[in-house]
Design a binder for this molecule. Sequence first.
Ligand code: GDP
Ligand code: IMO
Ligand code: MG
Length: 421
Amino acid sequence: MAVSVVLGLQWGDEGKGKIVDYYSASADVVVRATGGNNAGHTVVIGDKTYKLHLLPSGLFQDNKTGVLGNGMVIDLQVLCKELAEFEARSNGSKVFISGKAHVIMPWHKHFDAAGETASGIKKIGTTGRGIGPCYEAKANRSSAIRFYDLTSGERFEKKVQEVYNLLKPRFEQTGFTLSVAQILAELEPLREKLAPFVIDSTNFLLNCAESGKEILIEGAQGALLDFDHGTFPFVTSSNPTIGGAFTGTGLPHSGVEKVIGVTKAYTTRVGSGPFPTKLIDADGDYLQSKGAEFGTTTGRKRDCGWLDVVALRYAVKINGVSELALTKLDVLGGLEKIKVATSYALPNGSVTSDFPEDTAVLAGVEPVYAEFNGWGNESLLPEWEKLPVNARSYVGEIEKLAGVPVKLVSVGPERTQTIAL
Ligand code: GDP
Ligand code: IMO
Ligand code: MG
């Protein structure tokens, strides 16, 4: 089996879309394993920018097979829109959806918004796409609706009615007012469009792998947003770490050849929660503006800060990352000094190089920085030898500090602004 996995190592938006597009050139099948349209993955080809929320980013390459894996939660409307754009490109690529993937229903989006505004609750700053409530339904089982339930109109209607009856008390409590008839009127045409795409995805992927096809698993979100290993409760409701790649597809760990971890050359975060290296100064503004750090999904401004190697090492270890793809190196150009957090000072005066698992402890740490000389603000050519010497030495330092080789350096958003090492 030849399976590669691309995972985000920070709080999402590391540039996974660009990196997946790059590696998809040599893959046959590209699979999204987790998350839903809380993800926003960008691929830039020439002067065209594409933003995907659900479809795998490998589909801009010709003659690929894309699979929306069983670990995903899917908004029917968003998927239909992306599919229409994808079909218009007709580049020989095709798409399938796992029957085991879960459907985001209108009430999930309502519950998401209601949860964020409820008094006395700490705002997580979700994307508002109904992700948490849909995974909540998956976990409780009784109110879950899967893509298999979409395979006939009759089955879907029965399922919606059943779940609707079950959730009535919660609808009344939270002010959800749509009727079953209204919901079905909205969703039935979408169901009809999507039903032919539904497959037994795990058997399909296993057969692909066994017949020698190269499979690339596209991670969404990032390690620090992981439901188990991230900065809980300021996380998403799935496992963007390596385990999610397996449970979200059914592919076995033994088939994995490479785990490619994607990290920016600095750090960003959207939503609430601790962010030790966050900058509230001119350098932070510089990164935000030069890096065009606005959320791909919600348009919110991303907070920016220095690269945090304490967090990066943690993400490398829990994912078993074999190599790094370092993105947005170009954005650091023009800064006189560049800092990297190598350990954390704790309020009791001790210093740790372990990423604290308790979010309350993380919120109280002070980063201890190493400082490097910057380089000029000129645009960077995608050739290693032509990078400024300080840019090359920064990449070398990250490699040493992270403990895994950097195999790809991205120096701009466009597909060709990429250096393979
Ligand atoms: P993803 O969620 O991990 O796929 O990342 P996003 O697409 O949400 O955000 C990454 C942003 O950075 C997108 O706008 C990309 O086009 C852009 N990007 C990716 N790599 C680079 C790079 O090396 N340099 C610059 N300047 N932008 C990049
Ligand atoms: P990609 O795949 C960045 C963040 C939200 C919020 C938290 C929970 O583009 O890297 P949710 O809607 O999932 O319940 O929100 O997670 N978040 C992301 N941040 N990139 C993402 O995806 C994200 N997906 C979720 O901002 O803090
Ligand atoms: Mg994104």
